[in-house]
Design a binder for this molecule. Structure first.
Ligand SMILES: C[S@@+](CC[C@H](N)C(=O)[O-])C[C@H]1O[C@@H](n2cnc3c(N)ncnc32)[C@H](O)[C@@H]1O
Length: 342
């Protein structure tokens, strides 16, 4: 089933992409720019992202999530991220939602976020919050205040409505805002959380700089994100076929260029952040995309997809390419954590 979908998606993407305007313009970059804005970004080709492209990308992301969040919630619930599974586990359909919660708990444990009353987070930001699943979970877990930001007005409104319905309206709040220009003062949060939003950010340095800016001294920063594989010392870029695969995924999911985990670590080091740690959880997320594809191929899934709109359908069509990317080792599911110095 997966390979059938993959073949269908590949055929459709190769026939449509040359005719549609790609999301980003291409230009040569200098080496420094490549790390700061390009190489940390578009390792899959010499692409720079212009301001006009940034605006177009943001609009596309907002519309994509405005259009697709309802259907996702109907089928998958309030968390719009991978589940965390034991490698090679046999997973029942009912296990996926608990695997998504487990992803949050594993990330907190990896970053050694304390549950002790005197040390647990009190003020949290959820950067790229979706419909607020993590924000509400974290708020309940720690009794903390949590602010979520997203580019999608539909998501922000739905996140707020769910908070009210769950009795959390006085603890959590959501707004439409850009992660690259956050509407918060310096040093406001003692936990800075980004679950699967980093891959949408066209300027990774600006992204991590904003995470660090809003972090309080001593705060923990957690980034869980899609990366491409680290390059070997002899490689300057990914192989052409790897770049082509990632470019197709970019077009379907409104992503700018990908970077590697090593690129993130360099950026965090350049900001003098401490206790930088990372892990590759690709094996722990393997059951996720096959399950999402199976759910899209049910009667409910297919009818919802057909009613949703072209952006959502195009996103669904690249899902098999995520499986291919993980299997070929070009896509990595990474967690990167650090602490702002006291
Ligand atoms: C895959 S969803 C993840 C949602 C959520 N973190 C979760 O785990 O349920 C990606 C989210 O990133 C947000 N996002 C992407 N680019 C953003 C930006 N520049 N500023 C704020 N949010 C952004 C999208 O609006 C969306 O809510």
């Amino acid at each position: 089933m997966t390979s059938l979908c993959g073949a269908f998606a590949s055929t459709l993407l190769t026939t449509t992409i040359p005719h549609q305007s790609r999301l980003f313009s291409r230009s040569k970059q200098q080496p420094l720019q490549r790390l700061i804005r390009g190489g940390a970004i578009r390792a899959n080709s010499n692409l720079a992202v212009t301001t006009a492209d940034d605006q177009q990308l943001k609009k596309g992301i907002a519309e994509f999530y405005d259009e697709s969040s309802g259907i996702w919630e109907n089928i998958w619930g309030e968390h719009m991220h991978h589940g965390f599974y034991d490698p090679d586990a046999v997973v029942q359909i009912s296990d996926h939602r608990s695997a998504q919660i487990r992803m949050i708990d594993q990330a907190l444990a990896f970053a050694s976020v304390s549950e002790e009353a005197s040390k647990k987070p009190r003020s949290i930001v959820d950067v790229g919050c979706g419909i607020g699943g993590s924000a509400r979970y974290l708020s309940r877990k720690y009794g903390a205040e949590c602010c979520g930001i997203t580019l999608s007005p539909v998501q922000a409104a739905r996140a707020q409505a769910l908070a009210a319905a769950q009795g959390l309206a006085n603890k959590v709040s959501f707004q439409v805002a850009d992660a690259l220009n956050q509407p918060f003062p310096d040093g406001k949060f003692d936990l800075v959380w980004s679950m699967e939003s980093g891959e949408h950010m066209p300027d990774k340095l600006k992204f991590v700089s904003e995470l660090a800016r809003v972090a309080a001294p001593g705060a923990t920063i957690i980034i869980v994100t899609w990366c491409h594989r680290d390059l070997s010392t002899t490689e300057k870029s990914l192989r052409p076929e790897e770049k082509r695969l990632l470019d197709k995924i970019c077009d379907g999911f409104y992503l700018p260029a990908w970077c590697s985990t090593a690129d993130y670590i360099k950026l965090l080091e350049s900001l003098s952040l401490k206790d930088i740690k990372s892990a590759d959880w690709s094996d722990n997320v393997a059951p996720f995309w096959p399950a999402v594809i199976r759910s899209a191929l049910t009667w409910d899934g297919l009818t919802s997809l057909l009613q949703s709109g072209w952006k959502t359908i195009r996103g669904a069509l690249v899902m098999p390419l995520m499986i291919e990317g993980f299997q070929k080792g070009v896509i990595k599911f990474s967690i990167i954590t650090c602490r702002k110095p006291e």
